[in-house]
Design a protein around this ligand. Structure first.
Ligand SMILES: [Zn+2]
Length: 330
């Protein structure tokens, strides 16, 4: 599991450029899926057929990560950029940028004398080691990611792009291990979640599932002076009740809690004040879909050291398999 997570989180895949991630996932799941396809948006859709007596279930985990796109190159060779997704200016200076061709840049902010003031993204630039716009190895329109390698520290795993590759790994593991389900399960590895759940929207409109379950990370409330939130790292997958974009289907929340209890899987309930997931897209797709989300607690979301607990990851696989292995009567 750790090796799969490492391979996925270190892959390059800002929103709209998910090809490398998709190829990695496809190689993992191809032998286990009954049907596999890629739609026009780039979503990877893998069907694991049931015995015909169950529901049509869509599982969604997003392949894309936050990043940036070069918007301007100065004559001295410094890059300015637009955000792709929820990029925070609080964590940028000193981080590294990586482009599709492997070019690495250092990100830094314009000189500030007042430490209490951090400028907007327009005050940051990327230094790729060029001395002028002529010898700059990247172009306007090139996309990049915030680069950091994977590290395992006991039960804690840290890297960029845990959001949401760790959940791609959970989806892969569940697909590989799922046997004898009554349900037709569509495992969808979605694109462009970070810019507004775009891939999940079109995939759900195509599949028209009875039940939609997103797999994504959520914030925790267990760090010094952190958010007041009743989710801790290492205390099990969080069953989403509400976030800023959706209220989960109460029957599905009950079913998830029941599955966790009967299989003795540690779990917690998530009420997230901001943000949303692919579950929102599924819920309001087509004529409306019963939707919920299994969330992996994650510290430092949208930084280059997003941190999850391996035991939470393994318990998320267990919970998903427990749900898919039993009747879904709501
Ligand atoms: Zn996410």
């Amino acid at each position: 599991m750790q090796q799969l997570i490492k391979n996925l989180v270190e892959a390059y895949g800002p929103s709209g450029f998910e090809d490398e991630v998709r190829a990695l996932i496809r190689a993992e799941i191809e032998p286990f899926a009954d049907e596999i396809s890629v739609d026009a948006m780039g979503n990877l859709i893998a069907l694991k057929k049931g015995n015909g007596s169950g529901k049509k279930v869509m599982i969604a985990a997003h392949m894309d990560e936050i990043g940036f796109m070069v918007s301007h190159i100065s004559k001295e060779g410094f890059l300015r950029f637009a955000n792709i997704g929820g990029v925070s200016n609080l964590h940028l200076s000193g981080t590294r940028a990586k482009f599709a061709d492997g070019t690495i840049g250092v990100i830094y902010g314009e000189r500030r004398t007042d430490r209490s003031k951090i400028g907007g993204l327009d005050k940051f630039y990327i230094d790729v080691g060029a001395s002028s716009s002529d010898d700059c190895p990247v172009s306007v329109g090139d996309a990049g990611i915030f680069w950091q390698t994977f590290v395992e520290r006991g039960d804690h795993l840290s890297s960029k792009a845990m959001d949401d590759r760790v959940c791609c790994a959970i989806g892969v593991a569940a697909l590989q291990q799922l046997e004898d389900s009554a349900h037709d399960v569509y495992f969808v590895f979605t694109v462009q979640e970070e810019v507004g759940v775009r891939g999940a929207t079109t995939a759900a409109n195509r599949i028209m599932p009875d039940i939609g379950i997103a797999l994504d990370v959520t914030l925790t409330g267990d760090t010094p002076n952190g958010a007041k939130m009743a989710v801790d790292l290492g205390k099990g997958p969080a069953i989403k009740v509400k976030d800023a974009g959706m209220i989960a289907h109460q029957g599905l929340v009950r079913l998830m809690r029941g599955a966790a209890e009967s299989a003795e899987i540690p779990h917690q309930l998530e009420v997230l004040l901001g943000g949303s997931t692919d579950a929102r897209a599924m819920q309001i797709s087509g004529p409306g879909v019963i939707a919920g989300c299994i969330s992996v607690p994650c510290r430092y979301v949208h930084s280059t050291s997003e941190t999850v607990s391996l035991s939470d990851v393994k318990n998320s696989v267990k919970l998903l398999l427990e749900i898919l292995g039993n009747p879904i009567d709501l």
